[in-house]
Design a protein around this ligand. Sequence first.
Ligand SMILES: *Cc1c(COP(=O)(O)O)cnc(C)c1O
Length: 400
Amino acid sequence: MLCKEDLALYGGKSVRDKKLYYGHQWIDEDDIKAVEKVLRGDYLTCGPQVSALEEKLCKVTEAKYAVACSNGTAALHIAMMAAGVGEGDEVITTPLTFAASSNCALYCNATPVFADVDPETYNISPQSIREKITDKTKAIVAVDFTGQAVCHKEIRAICDEYNLIFIEDAAHAIGTKYDGKPVGSLADMTCFSFHPVKTVTSGEGGAVTTNNKDYYQKLLLAHTHGITHDEDLMEETPEGSWYYEMIDMGYNYRITDIQSALLMSQLDKLKKFSDRRKAIVKRYDEVFSKMPEIIVQKEIPESDTTRHLYIIQLNSEKLTCTRREFFDAMAAENVQCQVHYVPVYWFPVYKRLGHKKGECPNAEKIYLNCMSIPLYPLLSDSDVEDVISAVKKCVEAFRR
Ligand SMILES: *Cc1c(COP(=O)(O)O)cnc(C)c1O
């Protein structure tokens, strides 16, 4: 039996010498060559790599259209714009997410409304969505939290019943399938992020996929100043080939050819990355699901998940420590965890809008007990066993 003093935090020897972080990108020589080729070519932006990337994203997600953009937050913003979200509208989302999922509603002067999550899957609860619908509700931003697909069947039914637009924040979920269909082909619009901590990366980058041509055209306009070169969309007859029109308000949310080449090279390895993430999750599940001190995330059978985060919840009935103590003890063992996420409406910006603690009790309870342990494809089998040893060591030392 270990005691607290055996933990590195209290003077003991740590499980590892070198620190592991909760996530890390994997860049190989092919990625570097792909970028180098673009740097030696004619186009750094607005060139052929961007359209090739969009085609590839359509292939990977089985969506009809894809618009690549500068980051996942921009993807959410242009999806809001394409959905026509504006002042007076309400957008329902989860508080257990990165702030961008609800900030995008604020960008459009709309009101974010938070629905609570399911206590076992941690994804937005369809029942809670129903309770938050008013005659002002315009759209739902459903987040595939940790990569697990939201329950599409139920959310689609709600959207059909109340005439709402279904936007999926799939920043965690590229590579995930729901009922055999890839995320990206299912919601009205699906938003991706390619930040380095996500499954595939372009440094910064994002995309929206859709099967709807009208949304597609609006997304294109929104991500490049509302400017079109398409004569059919213009009000005036073009005077010459230089002529373009700004027909909507828009932003510069474009991705570069440099980033596009990197992301295409990364997408070639999506299956490899995804398989390795699944294997690590399987090993973690095997060990942690048998430990009464640890609560693991429940998977719905419809989701074939490429997991972005592995979250453990501490069972406070079985442990003497606070989450902070466990987190710090893991860090001292050289396993640096992270916490996903502080409920978005706890932040000062949202408090100023009138939100209060207690709004979504399930999300708050998960936040208070959770931490994300290392999960990324570059982890070796022995790294994974080190993470497991560190968790076991901390559990033993803090067992009630
Ligand atoms: C990362 C992330 C975003 C934002 O993506 P960026 O590319 O960093 O702008 C949005 N939503 C969720 C759930 C995310 O994890």
